[in-house]
Design a binder for this molecule. Structure first.
Ligand code: IMP
Length: 176
């Protein structure tokens, strides 16, 4: 059991299993994008560790850029997506892979997809380390999913509780 701020979390997914799964996603992406040069669009802050590990597992030419969006306050979604898209480069005709830590309600992803689509990329796919299918309220095609998990709050491996817990090497689930 670990304590993050004022809450207890129990071990949920070990680092070794996370990294093994991410390596598989990297291999899959390398196959799917052969002959192309995908641009990883990483959603900060939560996806930074996932993105780093994923990129190491991709063995074709690829690039990376970062955007920042946020809809979470403490442990519940506010339902309001504040989008702070800060892409400076052109993504026109690029093959984008959005790299996200977790798809929960799906509202963040839907908003981001809309904003990126408006900039006329050639294609957009989604890679998310975690997905909570029971919580997702909008239809989304998630091409690369690390783990489908139940609808409980998790921290670690980049995911935070109120800014803390991102440095945990494994993923931990809220203990209630
Ligand atoms: P959505 O818009 O509800 O899909 O929320 C997506 C964002 O909420 C993610 O990028 C995370 O930053 C955050 N989030 C959702 N669920 C969790 C969780 O269990 N732990 C930590 N952050 C979460």
């Amino acid at each position: 059991m670990v304590t993050v701020k004022d809450k207890s979390f129990r071990p949920f997914i070990e680092q070794i299993d996370i990294e093994r799964r991410i390596a598989e996603l990297g291999e899959q992406i390398s196959k799917d994008y052969i002959g192309r040069q995908p641009l990883l669009v990483v959603v900060l802050n939560g996806a930074f560790l996932f993105a780093a590990e994923l990129m190491k597992g991709i063995n074709i030419p690829c690039e990376i850029t970062f955007v920042r969006v946020s809809s979470y306050e403490k442990t519940a979604s506010t339902g309001q997506v504040r989008s702070l898209l800060s892409l400076t480069e052109s993504i026109e005709n690029r093959d984008l892979i959005i790299v996200e830590d977790i798809v929960d309600t799906g509202l963040t992803m839907t908003e981001l997809l809309g904003q990126l689509t408006a900039r006329r990329p050639n294609s957009i796919e989604i890679a998310t380390l975690l997905h909570k299918p029971e919580a997702t309220r909008v239809p989304l095609k998630l091409r690369y999913v690390g783990f489908e998990i139940e609808n409980k709050f998790v921290v670690g491996y980049g995911l935070d509780y109120d800014g803390l817990g991102r440095n945990l090497a494994g993923i931990y689930q809220l203990h209630v």
